[in-house]
Design a binder for this molecule. Structure first.
Ligand code: ATP
Length: 486
């Protein structure tokens, strides 16, 4: 093997990353031919393969690796009473600040979060912070908006923006008109579909508490912040797991899931320094205690996954509204109880952004002085597992290459290419994160060997055609990731 890896690294800006995502078929702005639409995106051909691989890894590491977790796929549209019982109709609200200069509204909690993270607070500012929290989060009243605005203006909350002229509250759920139900909503979280099927799962499986139900699905929120790419969207996917436990075990299981989810993130190899845990100061209406796993996105550390202790709030309220009994029997204590819940909630699109943004690298190759952009993602997540090339467009090489492609496509998602020079083909595969390129040359006709070229270190080795399947599997299988979870 020849190691040519002493290449010079260069930084990739957020703008370059977004344009790479578009140029190489990962993410397109939605409705682009009509000038696009804020905070909504489409996934391109390589984007969806990568997204599906992240999904598969999350799904299998929940369902396949844990014998006490099962999966569901519940509907996006649900009975409107669900959102009353869950508290979303009355409490799933955010407070927005309107800025006169930019004519935009900004979410107050996010402005405050950035401000408090970036500034060391002195006593005076700490008092203002406490007052804001008191006025806004404990008892927001529209008529007190001028008091709050004057506090915010005192803080100089954002270096570029000053003129904050309006403060208002609105519900983030999308309401859609329907003849039979006036208040019909698109779901803002997948969790409620899990809670409302809790009894169905108990009645149709042998599973016993403690156990979890996992689900991946689309959710919708009326976010009004733009320009954060996949980080904050109006239509996005969540990967959620609700873990049902007896009362008084919340601390233990919260710690358990914090550790387990952290291990899952580390298994992807993005680097331990990219993550921090932070405890929520402002709790959601259903939560007793909550932690975020924050990730170092190109615009700083931000929430990637939430781990929440939801108490028995949801099941208790569904019991109240639906008049069904959400109880299980405790044999030892000889009494029924409503289970408590620990939730892990990860945004699939944020996970995609975390993987994509931290894996995209630019380097100058030492020998040739040429620049290459590589998506150095874990091969188990790579959209395409291997590219098959005839060295040049020679009939015999093409025949061999197509035969290899035909046999291996039964096992892996591959690309076959014969256009352009071999160098250009390598560059294209580097840019979409293909971990292996296989080249068929004239020597192949004699020795039945091909050249395998590895993306990150640009190492090359000759392997027998008959061993290719094993070699590609060894390099790209998800099994290596699962092993890290045990
Ligand atoms: P944030 O404070 O950033 O709005 P949140 O605390 O409201 O997030 P949750 O309701 O806990 O988020 O949702 C769980 C996960 O869903 C988040 O950790 C995040 O990964 C993802 N998520 C939430 N809102 C969005 C969004 N608008 N776009 C993309 N992903 C999102």
């Amino acid at each position: 093997m020849k190691n040519k890896n002493k290449n010079k690294k260069k930084k990739i800006s957020f703008k370059e990353m977004v344009s790479h995502a578009k140029q190489y078929g990962f993410v397109f702005p939605s409705s682009e031919i009509y000038d696009g639409i804020n905070a909504i995106y489409d996934y391109g051909q390589y984007g969806i393969y990568l997204k599906n691989n992240i999904k598969e890894y999350w799904w299998k590491s929940m369902i396949q690796i844990n014998e006490n977790i099962i999966g569901l796929d519940t509907s996006i549209l649900m009975h409107p009473n669900i959102w009353k019982a869950s508290g979303h109709v009355s409490k799933f609200k955010e407070i927005f600040l309107y800025n006169e200069d930019t004519k935009y509204s900004y979410r107050l909690d996010l402005l405050l979060e950035t401000y408090f993270n970036e500034n060391h607070l002195r006593k005076k500012e700490k008092n203002i912070k406490n007052n804001i929290i008191k006025y806004i989060y404990k008892k927001f009243k529209v008529k007190e908006q001028y008091k709050i605005l004057s506090l915010i203006n005192k803080l100089k909350i954002n270096k570029q923006l000053n003129k904050w002229t309006k403060i208002y509250e609105y519900n983030l759920m999308f309401k859609i008109p329907l003849k039979e139900h006036k208040n019909f909503y698109l779901r803002p979280e997948t969790a409620q579909g899990i809670f409302t099927n809790f009894l169905n799962v108990l009645n149709t499986s042998k599973i016993k508490i403690p156990f979890g139900i996992a689900q991946i699905g689309k959710v919708f929120r009326k976010e009004i912040i733009a320009r954060q790419f996949l980080f904050r969207m109006r239509e996005f996917e969540q990967m959620e797991m609700q873990f049902f436990i007896p009362p008084n075990q919340e601390e233990k299981w919260l710690e358990y899931w914090k550790k387990k989810r952290f291990k899952w993130h580390l298994s992807l190899g993005l680097g331990e320094t990219k993550y921090i845990f932070s405890e929520h100061e402002q709790l959601a209406h259903y939560a007793k205690k909550a932690y975020d796993i924050q990730f170092k996105f190109p615009f700083g550390f931000k929430e990637l996954e939430g781990i929440h202790s939801r108490t028995n709030f949801d099941l208790k309220n569904h019991e109240k509204y639906s008049k069904k009994r959400f109880r299980v029997f405790d044999k030892e204590k000889n009494k029924f109880y409503i289970p408590y819940i620990i939730e892990t909630s990860l945004g699939l699109d944020r996970m995609f952004l975390a993987v994509f943004s931290s894996s995209l690298k630019k380097e100058t190759i030492k020998d040739t002085k040429k620049e290459r952009i590589i998506l150095k993602i874990n091969p188990a997540l790579s959209p395409i597992k291997a590219a098959i090339f005839p060295l040049i467009r020679d009939k015999r090489l093409i025949y061999y290459a197509k035969e290899i492609y035909k046999n291996l496509k039964l096992y892996f998602l591959l690309i076959y290419e014969e256009n352009d020079s071999i160098g250009k083909r390598y560059r294209r595969q580097d840019a979409i994160g293909t971990p292996i390129c296989v080249t068929i040359d004239f020597k192949t006709l004699k020795d039945k060997c091909v050249t395998m070229r590895f993306r990150d270190k640009m190492l090359q080795k000759r392997v027998l055609i008959k061993d290719l399947k094993r070699e590609i599997k060894k390099e790209t299988s998800m099994k290596q990731l699962f092993k890290l979870l045990l």
